[in-house]
Design a protein around this ligand. Structure first.
Ligand code: ADP
Ligand code: MG
Length: 249
């Protein structure tokens, strides 16, 4: 679905991505993981064309991302930024429908789509007219997900969608999210810093370090044959949390 060919990105003094080559399989969930600052969010922002690589090319469905192709490609991508990015002055419903309003959808079609997505994401319909500040963290993440799904994109890009949630809410939302991904068969690229979560969602896990890919594969691959000393250390540091049942198959 995506192919990155030797992609690099530098910010002022920071080399955020260093000659990344990567393929993202369609219909599967690819998880980006690694220490804070290793380039996960930058990689996601490159995939949606919000930033341009200094070197190398990002391809989506065979097309190189550039000024000419990005508008059409964006319509096929749903994106949830780190922290959710909801508009605080809009209600949940208004947040969810911004893109549909922009495209001039009729009210009836919008209502039907909201009902469908609220069911899919287990969002309580009677809370749709509340503002983000009046909803729980988990509910806000469901809203962010509904907004990203509204126009039925082929691809979902999610930047730490469960990062700020307390453990029980997070557990519930993990289960719901994986069910949504499975039901819809979307291509998903998701960022997390939690290895158990990566294993739970990821058909492929991409472990990054300092703007490079340290290892790509399954958690089992990384545990049985770590590519280098860093991979082994990263896994050992999280071993106490590696008890989530039912990794993605
Ligand atoms: P991660 O999401 O893995 O925590 P990021 O992709 O956000 O990491 O950042 C990678 C590196 O690039 C970091 O060193 C970060 O400080 C730097 N960086 C990211 N975005 C910017 C920016 N807009 N301006 C300057 N530096 C940035
Ligand atoms: Mg980030």
């Amino acid at each position: 679905m995506f192919r990155l060919d030797q992609v690099s990105k530098t910010f002022q003094h920071a080399l955020a991505l260093d000659r990344i080559s990567l393929e993202v399989a369609p219909g599967k969930t690819t998880v980006l993981i690694g220490p804070s600052g290793c380039g996960k969010s930058t990689l996601l922002r490159l995939l949606i064309g919000l930033i341009k690589p200094d070197q190398g090319t990002v391809f989506f469905d065979g097309f190189a991302l550039d000024a000419a192709t990005i508008p059409a490609i964006r319509r096929r991508l749903g994106y949830v930024i780190q922290q959710g990015g909801l508009f605080p002055h809009l209600t949940a419903r208004q947040n969810v429908t911004v893109m549909a309003d922009y495209h001039g959808w009729e009210a009836g079609r919008i209502d039907a789509r909201i009902a469908e997505l609220a069911g899919l994401t287990h969002f309580p319909a009677d809370a749709l007219d509340r503002y983000p500040g009046e909803l729980s963290g988990g509910q806000n993440q469901r809203i962010a997900l509904m907004r990203a799904l509204f126009l039925d994109p082929d691809v979902l890009l999610l930047d730490e969608p469960l990062g700020a949630l307390d453990p029980m809410i997070r557990y519930e939302l993990q289960q719901d999210l994986r069910q949504v991904f499975g039901t819809l068969g979307k291509t998903v690229v998701m960022v997390t810093h939690d290895l158990a979560e990566a294993a739970y969602f990821g058909h492929a896990i991409v472990l990054m370090r300092d703007g490079r890919i340290a290892q790509r594969g399954t958690l089992q691959d990384m545990m049985s044959s770590p590519a280098d000393e860093f991979v082994g250390r990263f896994i050992r540091a999280q071993r106490d949390h590696l008890s989530v049942p039912g990794a993605a198959t």
